[in-house]
Design a protein around this ligand. Structure first.
Ligand code: MIC
Ligand code: SF4
Length: 647
């Protein structure tokens, strides 16, 4: 069939149910899954709860990369559990220190044309090697491992035509920041992005992966690059040439929208505090004093990125104004930097070398000093994510980061008096998979190690037919999963729901007043339902299903917003929380924290159409009608009413 987009080709080849038409619900076969430890522990507890003996995918990999700080036994207890459960269930395990899941998966396992589902929102990175790669909650990934088809809304596709080539000191990060400046970080639910045009051929696979990685910050379902000679060269250098198949859209593919980007015109950019969509050219903000520069994360820690940084720093010293940290994306990258002497340049220049892991990106150390600016090559700068309250975090390319590290001020790298290092991808990467453990053979007996810090996934009860609830919190636009369920110092509580639930919406708690968790539990214990109200783009950011599980544990059973992001909406349904919308902003304006809310005959209203009538009772006792809507499919309706999948 001609006129086909690349996404269409791969999705239709994996179609299990439905029609490939934008807006329609479809189910697809998942070839590969990945999990990381902060979401994987719950995903495997769920897989065990489903009674699955052995995973049914072509390949499933568990990575240990998020929770590696190991303050106390919680993290290593999770690691032991994961290592044993993966051995038993047929899943490979990438050991701590082997690298960040997305970087390692790209290097060692990504295959063009395949589907990948991961319990981490940046699983979209795999689009750089021509996969349909998507993030999902742990439960959805557990279902995929159990061999179940994955449900999604067939997306509208935006085509981004890249022409020309980047100028020196401008790199892939600037391209995706440019795209973010056009499409923004909200309002892109139900959309996917496909890159095409002659500029694509100038970008190597890791550069493409930087771009698809931050497709997540756009809020799109996935982003994809074609599989071409660059893909071939990358796979060959990874000694995986067999995995190569060329894939591209038909030249006459019809996109829902086309955006043209001339790479030669892209300039160094930054996402300013505190949202990845708040993008400005560096030239407009250059000169700001910076106290910290961090280079790494699944966005920008490939060999190309770090070798460039090492070249620029060779024989130089980082500014006394800045502390500079480097976290290599994988053991492969670190080994090669070390063998080439680039690591020595970094150490000589005064960089602080971190483990190959997520580290500071998820608030595991390296918080900046209060009131100072941190410049990072990461993908998220949500408020307080660095671990410092009211932080000011700028997201930039490695080029801008290294220039800033030298001057101590936010610096446009084009103004450095240094020659831009040339990059030629090595013909051969260093291959060493000894830190990827293979599972035990089928039928072998493996003891699953479950220490005391590992709890059970909580079950949920059916929703009552008449909701008698209270608005526990009224929020604005772009509430992220970091607002709902903070990570950082709390990340080690991921396997202990009752404890982790105590910090739900912690950033909105005020000293001396009852916390959200205390208020929610009081409403729950009085037999009523907790309700959260918000504006647009609720639940952006992480795939962490804890942002549904922990509120559910506290009795929150309904979220009403002007818009809910894709992965979070699925997590809410999976854990029995009803996602509803306000019919308009005027309806949202009627709501105040503390209002009582009643929704009668829920089942009949959901079945009758999209409109839902509710009534608010204000503090003065007056009753106000509230117009709500829903967009739940019949299957989702049933699921959420019965209390989610585990019920
Ligand atoms: C993140 O970048 O926020 C994380 C930590 O990788 C999350 C997953 C998690 O919360 O465990 C993500 O992006 O999904
Ligand atoms: Fe890890 Fe940060 Fe990437 Fe999330 S965004 S996977 S925390 S490096």
């Amino acid at each position: 069939m001609a006129h086909q987009k690349l996404i269409e080709k791969i999705l239709s080849a994996h179609l299990v149910e439905g029609t490939c038409k934008a807006g329609e619900e479809i189910k697809i076969r998942i070839d590969q899954t990945l999990c990381q430890d902060a979401t994987g522990t719950m995903a495997f507890l769920e897989l065990e709860a489903m009674g699955v003996d052995r995973v049914k995918t072509e390949l499933s990999v568990q990575y240990i990369d998020h929770n590696t700080a190991q303050f106390g036994p919680e993290n290593p207890n999770d690691h032991l559990y994961l290592q044993s459960v993966c051995a038993a269930k047929g899943v490979r395990l990438s050991r701590p220190g082997n690298g960040i899941c997305h970087q390692v998966h790209l290097e060692r396992f990504g295959i063009p044309g395949k589907t990948l589902l991961g319990s981490d929102s940046h699983t979209t990175t795999g689009g750089g090697i021509g996969m349909i790669a998507m993030g999902a909650g742990g439960l959805d990934v557990a279902l995929a491992m159990a061999g179940k088809a994955y449900k999604l809304v067939y997306p509208k596709v935006i085509g981004i035509r890249l022409t020309g080539a980047l100028q020196p000191w401008v790199s892939a990060k600037d391209i995706i920041l440019k795209v973010l400046s056009i499409l923004g970080s909200k309002g892109n639910v139900g959309t996917a992005v496909e890159y095409f045009g002659d500029g694509v051929g100038t970008l190597s696979v890791p550069e493409r992966a930087t771009i698809t990685n931050m497709g997540t910050e756009l809020g799109v379902t996935c982003s994809i690059f074609p599989s071409d000679e660059m893909t071939h060269a990358f796979l060959k250098a990874e000694q995986r040439e067999d995995a190569y198949t060329p894939f591209a859209a038909d030249s006459d593919a019809a996109y829902d929208r086309i955006i043209d980007i001339d790479l030669a015109e892209v300039v160094p950019m930054a996402a300013c505090p505190s949202n990845p969509g708040n993008v400005k050219p560096i030239s407009e903000i250059a000169g700001l004093p910076v106290s910290q520069v961090l280079i790494g994360s699944c966005t920008n820690s490939s060999l190309k990125d770090l070798r460039m940084v090492a070249e620029v720093l060779r024989g130089r010293t980082v500014s006394p104004a800045c502390s500079v940290g480097i976290a290599p994306g994988s053991r492969q990258v670190l080994t090669m930097l070390s063998a080439e002497g680039a690591l020595t340049s970094l150490i000589d220049a005064g960089c602080r070398i971190l483990e190959s892991a997520c580290g500071p990106c998820i608030g595991q150390g390296f918080s900046p000093a209060s009131g100072t600016i941190s410049v990072r090559t990461f993908n998220r700068n949500f408020l307080n994510r660095t671990g410092t309250k009211n932080d000011q975090c700028y997201l930039v390319s490695p080029e801008t980061a290294v220039a800033t590290a030298l001057t101590g001020k936010l610096t446009d790298p084009r103004t450095l008096d240094v020659k831009y290092p040339q990059w030629v991808m090595p013909k051969q990467f260093t291959i060493d998979d000894r830190m990827i453990l293979l599972p035990a053979p089928e039928g072998a007996s493996v003891e699953i190690i479950r220490k005391e810090t590992i709890g059970e996934p909580p079950k949920c009860t059916p929703l009552p037919d008449s909701i008698n609830g209270e608005i526990l919190l009224k929020l604005g636009d772009k509430i992220t999963t970091d607002h709902i369920m903070p990570a950082g110092a709390n990340l080690k509580l991921r396997s202990n729901i009752p404890k982790y639930a105590q910090v739900v919406f912690d950033c909105f708690n005020e000293p001396g007043k009852p916390t959200f968790a205390q208020r929610a539990a009081a409403v729950r214990d009085s037999g009523r339902v907790g309700v959260v109200a918000a504006a647009e783009s609720y639940g952006q950011g992480s795939s962490r299903e804890h942002a549904a599980i922990c509120p559910m544990y506290l009795g929150v059973r309904c979220v009403i917003a002007l818009g809910i992001e894709r992965i979070h909406a699925a997590n809410l349904i999976n854990f029995g929380i009803l996602p509803l919308s306000f019919a308009s902003r005027d309806e949202l304006d009627k709501v105040d924290q503390g209002d009582a809310i009643a929704i009668d005959n829920l089942r009949a209203q959901l079945a009758a159409g999209n409109a839902i009538n509710a009534t608010l009772t204000k503090a003065d006792g007056s009753a106000v009608p509230l117009a709500l809507t829903h967009s739940l499919s019949p299957a989702d309706r049933e699921l959420v009413l019965k209390g989610g999948i585990l019920a």
